[in-house]
Design a protein around this ligand. Structure first.
Ligand code: F6P
Length: 477
């Protein structure tokens, strides 16, 4: 693609605009916010604070079209085997296909199977949450321990945390992933086997960390007075490898299956989402699926000019390949979204962290950024210094919900004030004149001002996307 006319046009355009400042863009283009923002349901995506012009956007879209993105999107939704190294389809979109339009794979519609597992999740979730499902001493379940790693941990853990507002009181969900025994031991320390339910979550059911933790959890359970027969009430499995689950000793009725066409990092919408459904209830889990489906439809059918995932991806390509950026910060201004950066690390870096092309050749441009981040406002007091005044250019995503689930005094107003102020400050910076004005107003001597001035200047021109939800719900998440 680097030799394509579209790439060359982008390169020539980059040379022309690379030194322009966002301040200039905003002062010259009165409609900039309107032109570079989109609304999806009740979420605003503002990408006006990026170092782009209308021409950049046009050229990036031409580049995407010439690269075959339109065709690739259809291949994805049609179940073409785009995972060429494993010869598999990538059909997690079918898991949230709530309209139930047939999704045919190898001549068979996968929807009936998906719906059967969803029904099983519904029944089990209701039994556990209502107290009907009882442990070996006749008591209901109070604690759920999900044992899994990678996609079998990060997705359900992030969502369960993000939707804690909707969780059932008295039913706590824990996540154990690390092979470091501290993780399991510290989790089990205050739990009682008779009221604990283990979910062994592994696509392959061979991952060493998960199997080691699962065996240790079973030993702990049996060493506390339970019998082999009691395992059925306290251990369930989620996997694509049904034989291995029964070999482990899980009752076949307690196995929730999914399929090899669900990538691990995209599995939270499959039965891997069982801890989510247990925590927030089946209806809320379905809302999560419906929200994802709405975005799938938007992604599939919206022209690239207004297509949110496409535009955000093209911005990444713009910065990585033309500005040479190395990392991308995810900054949720929400405690509920604390685990989002970790989840996105796998989604992005495991998906795109490759130097080999599909055809086996070497990639000659840079692939995905290093994804990192922490919630605001904590991060403002740790690494924001480098974002504002460091030598590197780091595009940032600021994410927040306008309405708090936990209103308290002026907290939300202050949170949102910080949220908006930071994106503005990154964009505007502080010129020498502005910094001098501030120091003069503080009645500093001329000598002191001269000495301090370089340290008070912020170059600005640091790009960010603002993603603002009305409220954090299963659907908007
Ligand atoms: O280490 C890679 C990986 O295969 C991830 O892709 C996956 O999410 C994780 O390990 C866990 O795999 P499994 O669900 O099969 O235990």
């Amino acid at each position: 693609m680097m030799n394509s006319p579209q790439y060359k046009a982008l390169f020539e355009h980059f040379e022309k605009i690379k030194n322009l400042h966002l301040r200039e863009f905003f002062s010259q283009e009165k409609n900039r916010f309107k032109e570079f923002s989109l609304v999806f349901e009740s979420t605003l995506i503002d990408y006006s604070k990026h170092r782009i012009t209308a021409e950049t956007k046009k050229l990036l879209i031409e580049f995407a079209v010439a690269s075959g993105l339109k065709e690739s999107i259809e291949f994805l939704f049609h179940g073409k085997k785009i995972n060429t190294t494993e010869n598999r389809s990538v059909l997690h979109t079918a898991l949230r296909n709530r309209t139930n339009t047939p999704v045919v794979l190898n001549g068979i519609d996968v929807m009936p199977e998906i719906n059967a597992v969803l029904h099983k999740i519904k029944l089990f979730t209701e039994q556990v949450r209502s107290g009907e499902h009882i442990g070996f001493t006749g008591k209901g379940i109070t604690d759920i321990v999900n044992i899994g790693i990678g996609g079998s941990d990060l997705g359900p853990k992030m969502v369960t945390h993000a939707l804690a507002h909707y969780s059932k009181k008295g039913l706590k969900v824990h996540f154990v992933s690390n092979i470091d025994s501290t993780h399991l031991s510290e989790t089990l320390r205050n739990l009682r086997p008779e009221t604990t339910l283990f979910i062994i979550a592994s696509k392959t059911f061979t991952t060493d960390e998960t199997m080691t933790n699962a065996h240790s959890a079973r030993s702990w359970f049996l060493s506390c007075g339970a019998k082999e027969d009691d395992i059925a009430k306290h251990f369930v499995a989620v996997s694509t490898n049904f034989p291995a689950t029964t070999e482990f000793g899980i009752n076949p009725d307690n196995v929730f299956i999914f399929w090899d066409w669900v990538g691990g990092r995209f599995s939270l919408w499959s039965a891997i989402g069982l801890p989510i459904a247990l925590s927030v209830g089946f209806e809320n889990f379905v809302e999560l699926l419906e929200g994802a489906e709405a975005m799938d439809l938007h992604f599939r059918y919206t022209e690239f000019e207004n297509n949110i995932p496409v535009i955000l991806a093209l911005l990444d390509i713009w910065y990585i390949n033309f500005f040479g950026t190395e990392s991308h910060a995810i900054l949720p201004y929400s405690e509920y979204l604390r685990l989002l950066p970790a989840y996105l690390q796998q989604a992005e870096m495991e998906s795109n962290g490759k130097f080999v092309r599909k055809n086996g050749g070497r990639v000659v441009w840079n692939t995905a950024s290093v994804i990192w981040g922490q919630p605001g406002t904590d991060s403002q007091h740790s690494f924001f210094q480098l974002l504002h005044q460091g030598t590197r250019l780091i595009p940032c995503d600021f994410i927040a919900a306008a309405r708090s689930h936990d209103p308290l005094g002026s907290h939300q107003e202050k949170l949102m004030a910080n949220f908006f102020a930071q994106t503005e400050a990154l964009m505007q910076g502080k010129t020498e004149d502005e910094a001098r004005g501030e120091l003069e107003a503080a009645k500093m001597s001329e000598d002191a001002i001269e000495q301090l001035l370089p340290h008070k200047v912020f170059e600005g021109n640091r790009p960010s996307t603002t993603i603002l939800m009305e409220e954090l719900t299963p659907r908007s998440l």
